[in-house]
Design a protein around this ligand. Structure first.
Ligand code: SAH
Length: 233
């Protein structure tokens, strides 16, 4: 999507980008493409695609939640999606970016420095380990295209405050929400909203699903990665 269309589509989301935000995105794009030549960060590299499939797509989270002065944790943020884009557009958010790959974390710290972003930190950790030591901390936890929904719930819900919201950003999730009721029960969560839409231009399917945390999470969750993978909760 070219920049004109990007701005037009953001208007539909009730976002009017400032000059600073547009400059920051441009710089982010340049850093992404130049660092991507050194090591693999993303398969999407043309400007039109990055603006559509990374920048615009990251912002679609606001279809499902209001982002005010909250704390947000982005699990498996990769090259910063949606976390860095959300920080640019919602500077008062307090953001933690988590990724298990060191080179991606180094890239994120470089972007944060170059874009002069504040109140955002990067943790090079596996989510399962992070969620063992950090409990009931965030208002919002999210992840885009990281793992099966069940796995995401098991290591994201412990991070949330009671009443906080978990949001998964995915494509098709119809299979993933079959047999999820045991997870809802054991993790004390309630499915809140589910929103399906198509991306502009290429029309691929996107699904946003949100869960509300009802009670503190039992300390036995998350289990170790091998167990999470091997056996349902
Ligand atoms: N959210 C980004 C990246 C998706 S790729 C985007 O939408 O573009 C998935 C990323 O999650 C990778 O960078 C990988 O290193 C990270 N990841 C996968 N499992 C993880 C886990 N259990 N804990 C932390 N990071 C994880």
């Amino acid at each position: 999507m070219n920049k004109e269309l990007f701005i037009k589509e953001l208007e539909k989301l009730k976002i009017t980008p400032t000059d600073l935000q547009l400059e920051q995105l441009e710089k982010y794009y340049e850093i992404l493409v130049s660092e991507n030549k050194k090591y693999n960060l993303t398969a999407i590299t043309t400007k039109e695609e990055v603006y559509l499939k990374h920048f615009y797509d990251s912002l679609t989270i606001i279809k499902i939640i209001d982002l005010t002065d909250q704390s947000l944790c982005d699990i498996g943020t990769g090259a910063g999606f949606p976390g860095i884009v959300l920080k640019i557009f919602y500077p008062t958010l307090s953001i933690t970016l988590v990724d298990s790959t060191l080179k991606k974390c180094n890239f994120l710290n470089y972007v944060i420095k170059e874009l002069k972003l504040n109140n955002i930190k990067v943790l090079n950790k596996r989510a399962e380990e992070f969620a063992k030591e950090t409990r009931e901390e965030y208002d919002i936890v999210t992840s885009r295209a990281v793992a099966p929904l069940k796995h995401l719930l098991e290591y994201s819900i412990p991070l949330l405050k009671v009443d906080g919201t978990y949001i998964a950003m995915k494509s098709d999730i119809s299979k993933e929400i079959e047999n999820i009721s045991n997870y809802e029960h054991k993790l004390s969560i309630k499915q809140e909203k589910i929103i399906k839409f198509n991306l502009p231009i290429e029309k691929s399917l996107r699904t946003l699903i949100s869960y509300q945390k009802l009670k503190p999470t039992n300390i036995i969750y998350p289990r170790k990665y091998n167990e999470i993978k091997k056996k349902d909760i």
